[in-house]
Design a protein around this ligand. Structure first.
Ligand code: ASP
Ligand code: MG
Length: 411
C-alpha cells in the first residue's frame, strides 16, 4: 500500500472520454489498495483560450483578474474527474487550490508555493476517498487566487507529494518517459529507466520539455521520487531520483540534449585590462538579457576576443548593447551569428570516468563538425556548432556513447 500523487496534463484530460479513461486508471490503483491524490491541468487548449479572452479586453490584463480567470480551467477538470470517479464507484472529492489551502506568495502569474495545509486531504484519504486537486493554482495571504506559471500543475503535483510525504509523484503525459535524446532526431533513442534530478534538470533546460523545470527542482530539493509515464499506455516510464548508486553500471552518458534557441555574440579586439568582462556583460545583464556560455580568449597584442551566447529572442537587443559598449571601450568590432546550435552530453557517470570530453570531440571531428565554443560542468559537456550540423552531431554522439537502441527494438 502506497500513497501516490498522480498528475494528469491537459491532453490527458482533453475530453470527457479521456477524463473517464483517467478515472478508470485511478480506479485500478485504488483497487490495488493505494491511496491516491490526483492533480489535474485544464483541458488542453483551455488555458490559452482563457488568456485570449482576456487579451480581447486588454493587451496587458490586470494580473490578479487574469489569475481569477485562468484558474477556472482546472476547476472544471477537477469536478469532471471527481464525477467520473464517483460514477465508477470510487468515492472522490475535488478541491481548488484555495480549498486545500495551497499557500503561495502574491506574484500573480508566477507565484511560488510557500506551504500546503494537508489535513483535509489526509482526512479524506483516511475516509477512503480519492482526492482530486486543481493544479496550477493557490491562494495568497490576502485570499487572492494565484497561479504558478504555465505548466505549473507539475509543480502542484510535486509540492503535494512533498507535503503528504507520498511514496511517488507520477506525472502522466503524452510520452512514455524521458528519452536519451529527441526520438524525432534519433530514431534509435531509448527510454531511460531512470535518471537523476541533476541530469533531468540539464536535459530539461536544454530542451527536452517533458516536465516543468521548477517541478524537477522542487522534487530534487524535497527528495520526491518522480516518475514520468504515458497516460494511456502501460509501461514503467522513467523514474527520476536522487540515487546515483547504480551509476557504475549505467552508461557514462545518460542523454544528448540540444538547443536551437541561442545566438552568439563576439566582441573583438578588446583592450585586455582588468574589469573588461564586467564592462561587457554589465550592460547586458542590466538589460535583463541572460547569458549562457562565455569564452574569453587568451590575450595577444594586448587585446582579447570575448564571445557569449544569448537567447535568440535577445539577439538584436544584445547586439545593439554590445556595439555601444565596443565604442565606449575602444574594441575593434562586434560580430554576431544566429545560425548556431548547442549540443550537450549529460551524465553523472562523467564524474567517475576520464576522457569523456575528448570522446565527444573525437566523434564530432570524425563527422568534420567544427566546434565553436565549449563549456563543461561536473555532469555536462556542451559545444556550440553550426546549426546545420545539429542533427548529424546528435546522431553521431548518440552512437559514440552507445545510447542507440539495439537493432530491431527501436520504436
Ligand atoms: N493549465 C496550465 C497551463 O496550461 C497549467 C498546466 O497545464 O500545467 O499552463
Ligand atoms: Mg501542461
Amino acid at each position: 500500500m502506497a500513497l501516490i500523487v498522480q498528475k494528469f496534463g491537459g491532453t490527458s484530460v482533453g475530453s470527457v472520454e479521456r477524463i473517464e479513461q483517467v478515472a478508470a486508471k485511478v480506479k485500478k490503483f485504488r483497487d490495488n489498495g493505494d491511496d491516491i491524490v490526483v492533480v489535474v491541468s485544464a483541458m488542453s487548449g483551455e488555458t490559452n483560450r482563457l488568456i485570449d479572452l482576456a487579451k480581447q479586453i486588454s493587451d496587458q490584463p490586470v494580473p490578479r483578474e487574469l489569475d481569477v480567470m485562468v484558474s477556472t480551467g482546472e476547476q472544471v477538470t477537477i469536478a469532471l474527474l471527481a464525477m467520473a470517479l464517483i460514477k465508477v464507484g470510487v468515492p472522490a472529492v475535488s478541491y481548488t487550490g484555495n480549498q486545500v489551502r495551497i499557500h503561495t506568495d502574491s506574484a500573480h502569474g508566477k507565484a511560488r508555493i510557500l506551504q500546503i495545509d494537508a489535513q483535509n486531504i489526509r482526512r479524506d484519504l483516511e475516509a477512503g476517498r480519492v482526492v482530486v486537486v486543481a493544479g496550477f493554482q493557490g491562494v495568497d495571504e490576502q485570499g487572492n487566487i494565484t497561479t504558478l506559471g504555465r505548466g505549473g500543475s507539475d509543480t502542484t503535483g510535486v509540492a503535494l507529494a512533498a507535503a503528504l510525504k507520498a511514496d511517488e509523484c507520477q506525472i502522466y503525459t503524452d510520452v512514455d518517459g524521458v528519452y536519451t535524446t529527441d526520438p524525432r532526431v534519433v530514431a534509435k533513442a531509448q527510454r531511460l529507466d531512470r535518471i537523476t534530478f541533476e541530469e533531468m534538470l540539464e536535459m530539461a533546460s536544454l530542451g527536452s520539455k517533458v516536465l516543468q523545470i521548477r517541478a524537477v527542482e522542487f522534487a530534487g530539493k524535497y527528495s520526491v521520487p518522480l516518475r514520468v509515464l504515458h497516460s494511456f499506455q502501460e509501461g514503467p516510464g522513467t523514474l527520476i531520483t536522487l540515487d546515483e548508486e547504480d551509476s557504475m553500471e549505467q552508461p557514462i552518458i545518460s542523454g544528448i540534449a540540444f538547443n536551437r534557441d541561442e545566438a552568439k555574440l563576439t566582441i573583438r579586439g578588446v583592450p585586455d585590462t582588468p574589469g573588461v568582462a564586467f564592462k561587457i556583460l554589465g550592460p547586458i545583464s542590466s538589460a535583463n538579457v541572460e547569458v549562457d556560455m562565455i569564452v574569453q580568449n587568451v590575450a595577444h597584442d594586448n587585446t582579447t576576443d570575448f564571445t557569449f551566447t544569448v537567447h535568440r529572442n535577445d539577439y538584436q537587443n544584445g547586439l545593439q548593447i554590445l556595439e555601444s559598449t565596443a565604442r565606449e571601450i575602444g574594441a575593434r568590432e562586434v560580430i554576431g551569428d544566429t545560425d548556431i546550435a548547442k549540443v550537450s552530453i549529460v551524465g553523472v557517470g562523467m564524474r567517475s570516468h576520464a576522457g569523456v570530453a575528448s570522446r565527444m570531440f573525437e566523434a564530432l571531428a570524425k563527422e568534420n563538425i567544427n566546434i565553436q565554443m565549449i563549456s563543461t560542468s561536473e555532469i555536462k559537456v556542451s559545444v556550440v556548432i553550426e546549426e546545420k550540423y545539429l542533427e548529424l552531431a546528435v546522431r553521431a554522439l548518440h552512437t559514440a556513447f552507445e545510447l542507440d537502441a539495439p537493432a530491431g527494438t527501436a520504436e
